[in-house]
Design a protein around this ligand. Structure first.
Ligand SMILES: [Zn+2]
Length: 307
């Protein structure tokens, strides 16, 4: 796989987002990119708020704790989320999104498109369809352009297999994939205004979903484009993710692990933690630090811990 980023402009997204951004522009005083890694127990939920106040929720965690977090971090009375991106449909990522979809106006849902027949994922799809929320199936090479300084590049998604997209009980998705390894992997890239012109460097975060080292090895083809300031470590710090070679390519200053205290999987594993230490990444964990907030203006980035 050669690094070839075809920047597909998702025109529908852009139009909704611009309207939304415009409506809430007056509330934005600091113009920071904000990323909140939410402590939702054993699962992922990450809220991205752009400097123009566009919003993207990456996964919704295993239960309704995400609702309380959204109430806390979204502007008061805000009942819209521009994009809900589900990395893959396992319950610890999708379950919280069911109520989110019921209670919020979601601009679009981005899915990996991998098939999984579970009650909770079926419920999620059903509500998405009932509320006429547009569904986009992510593909490597696509990018979401929030504005000229901020984009989310999709680096990996579902691979091959039989495609079944009947929106009924016959199934939905691409068959024959490992669900974790069908995670949408994406990189958020934020350039400060005049960043590269003034010698500045982009600020970036790579989101791994639950992808394992199998996918990490494929991603090595991106070469130096993998380099990111922050890594959302794959699969809750499982030993099957965050291989040393991959970590060396990403070379993050900080790694965030979304994980529940005393979870039954033993996440994060000592093996992963020691690999992260080997590359001198500062480690942040939702089980120990609570919510983790990243604020960046593109030049300077600060990370805040709830505890
Ligand atoms: Zn997971």
């Amino acid at each position: 796989m050669k690094y070839k980023l075809i920047k597909i402009l998702l025109i529908f997204f852009v139009s909704v987002i611009i309207i939304s951004g415009f409506l809430f522009l007056s509330k934005n005083t600091d113009r920071f990119l904000e990323i909140d890694f939410l402590d939702v127990g054993q699962g992922d939920a990450i809220l991205v708020i752009t400097p123009e106040n566009q919003t993207m929720l990456i996964d919704g965690g295993p239960n309704n704790r995400v609702l309380q977090k959204l109430g806390k971090y979204l502007p008061m009375l805000e009942k819209r989320i521009d994009i809900v991106l589900l990395t893959h449909p396992h319950a610890d990522h999708v379950a919280g999104l069911v109520e989110v979809l019921k209670r919020y106006n979601v601009g679009a849902v981005i899915l990996s498109g991998v098939e999984l027949k579970t009650e909770v994922y079926s419920e999620f799809l059903k509500i998405t369809l009932e509320k006429n929320v547009p569904i986009i199936i992510a593909e490597a090479g696509q990018a979401i352009h929030f504005d000229e300084n901020l984009e989310f590049d999709i680096l990996a998604g579902v691979d091959g297999g039989e495609k079944v997209f009947n929106k009924n009980s016959e199934g939905f998705g691409v068959r024959g994939n490992d669900v974790n390894d069908a995670s949408i992997v994406g990189k958020l890239i934020f350039s400060a205004k005049g960043g590269s012109a003034s010698g500045g460097k982009d600020f970036s975060v790579i989101f791994m979903g639950d992808a394992t080292s199998k996918i990490e090895n494929q991603l090595l083809a991106y070469g130096e484009n993998l380099e990111s300031d922050i890594l959302k470590a794959g699969h809750h710090g499982s030993k099957y993710s965050s291989s040393l070679l991959f970590l060396k390519f990403v070379s993050p200053k900080a790694a965030v692990i979304e994980v529940g205290a005393k979870n039954r999987y033993g996440h994060p594993t000592e093996a992963t933690l020691s690999r992260l230490k080997m590359i001198n990444a500062n480690i942040f964990r939702t089980d120990q630090n609570g919510d983790i907030r990243v604020l960046s203006d593109g030049f300077t980035t600060n990370i805040y811990k709830e505890k």
